[in-house]
Design a protein around this ligand. Structure first.
Ligand code: ATP
Ligand code: MG
Length: 273
């Protein structure tokens, strides 16, 4: 960069950190994190996908191998920085902080000091202040353990995918239960529920429609207008290491995630003062 001139790659807008979470397994967290991150990047926003789940599905879904030592594990235990773990992907403007199975040991090994929930938040500070990203999406594991709570402590908002199935509401009631203590304890007073996205919607079933209307009654405007359909293309894409917009650009799944990303970008845009 020429000194004195602003670097066009460095965003003037503060980085937004979004935790994609639901303690229920298999509801579409990783699919949502990978595809929203890819759509944000494709829309011109420099985006970091932070894989915080030891299963490392987001890492492989973006075409990266799960490599020992590549994750946030060591930095969370006090060795090294997160920046040195960030890797580029094959997709423009999209970087990844990969995961690997070792990360699960963090739950046990992280010293439970008074501020053990703020570890991730502090490690992310230099990444945020570098201005390198408009958004950081954190793919959380299916639990409300130390890793997820660290993501909540670092995030501006939580994005909750809910599967269109009978027990959908269980996932969100737990999140509501931890949201308030996280705010009230001062760990993260500004934490917001960014929104709820209904996933794996099957228009042919009565149940899908019933669940969506029940969830809308409960959560009103917190629920995104866009509903993600159940499609095989979305389920196939990760095995090719590609987000849906790069795997099958004109599919229903790609269209749904593009429209959802538009809604999310409007919600996180700085409000005019
Ligand atoms: P975990 O709790 O294990 O991390 P998760 O909440 O991250 O799971 P995903 O991995 O995104 O959930 O999705 C679970 C499974 O459902 C995966 O095999 C995924 O490919 C598939 N899937 C997710 N969304 C859709 C969809 N809209 N249509 C079809 N299959 C989907
Ligand atoms: Mg997952």
């Amino acid at each position: 960069m020429l000194s004195g001139l602003p670097d066009p790659l460095i965003s003037a807008v503060p980085t937004k950190i979004i935790a994609v979470a639901n303690q229920k397994g298999g509801v579409g967290k990783t699919t949502t994190a990978v595809n929203v991150a890819a759509c944000m990047a494709a829309a011109g926003h420099r985006t970091l996908l932070f894989d915080l789940d030891p299963q490392a599905n987001a890492t492989s879904g973006l075409g990266l191998e799960k490599l020992e030592g590549a994750s946030a594990y060591r930095p969370l235990l006090g060795e090294g920085s997160l920046q040195e773990k960030i890797q580029p992907t094959a997709f423009e403007r999209l970087d990844v902080l990969p995961s690997e199975v070792d990360l699960c040991a963090v739950e046990i090994e992280m010293v439970r000091g008074e501020d053990h929930l703020k570890k991730l938040s502090r490690l992310l500070e230099p990444v945020v202040s570098s201005g390198a990203y408009s958004a950081i999406l954190i793919d959380c594991p299916p639990s409300l353990g130390v890793l997820t709570l660290n993501a909540f402590a670092a995030a501006h908002g939580i994005l909750v995918p809910l599967q269109c199935e009978y027990y959908a509401l269980e996932g969100i009631s737990m999140i509501h239960r931890v949201l308030e203590p996280i705010r009230a304890s001062g760990v993260n007073p500004g934490l917001e529920l960014l929104g709820v996205v209904m996933t794996m919607f099957d228009a042919r079933t009565k149940l899908s429609n019933q669940v969506v209307s029940e969830v809308r009654q409960h959560f009103g405007e917190a629920v995104f207008e866009t509903v993600i359909p159940r499609t095989t293309r979305l389920a196939e894409a990760p095995s090719f290491g590609k987000p849906i917009i790069h795997y099958d650009k004109y599919s229903a799944g790609a269209a749904a995630y593009e429209v959802l990303t538009g809604e999310i970008l409007r919600r996180i845009a700085p409000k005019p003062s």
